[in-house]
Design a protein around this ligand. Structure first.
Ligand SMILES: [Ca+2]
Length: 125
């Protein structure tokens, strides 16, 4: 079945929003929080909630990570898309399994609230 392009719905609520379109979840809120790191390049991924712990940036070029660097598989707990491209995160390596997308300017400070804590294994921008 042909999959439709996800709707780029802006989420007005400050609390966690989970939008499901064609089975794709957007797990994010607009980034307007002073707690966000100021030097984030592209999308910043964090091992802990509230943008804490070890951090891994994608940089501003589009990346396809069929797997994350060593030590990052099933580790991400929060992230912030400070770049210009949409991120598609997948549960399994090689862009396989359940997935969701993260629009530019959006973030999630605790993926556990959406059932995605320590589950992400690959990324396509
Ligand atoms: Ca984690």
């Amino acid at each position: 079945m042909k999959k439709g392009r996800p709707i780029r719905a802006m989420v007005g609520a400050i609390s966690l929003a989970v939008v499901v379109m064609n089975g794709i979840q957007m797990l994010a809120v607009p980034s307007a929080n002073a707690a966000f790191p100021s030097s984030c390049s592209g999308t910043c991924n964090f091992k802990d909630k509230d943008f804490g712990g070890a951090r891994l940036d994608t940089g501003m070029s589009c990346v396809v990570w069929l797997s994350f660097p060593s030590g990052w598989n099933d580790q991400i707990t929060s992230f912030w898309n400070n770049g210009l491209t949409v991120d598609y995160y997948y549960e399994d390596i090689n862009l396989v399994g359940k997935y969701f997308y993260l629009d530019p300017g959006f973030s999630n400070s605790n993926l556990a609230q959406a059932g995605w804590n320590d589950r992400i294994s690959s990324l396509k921008q």
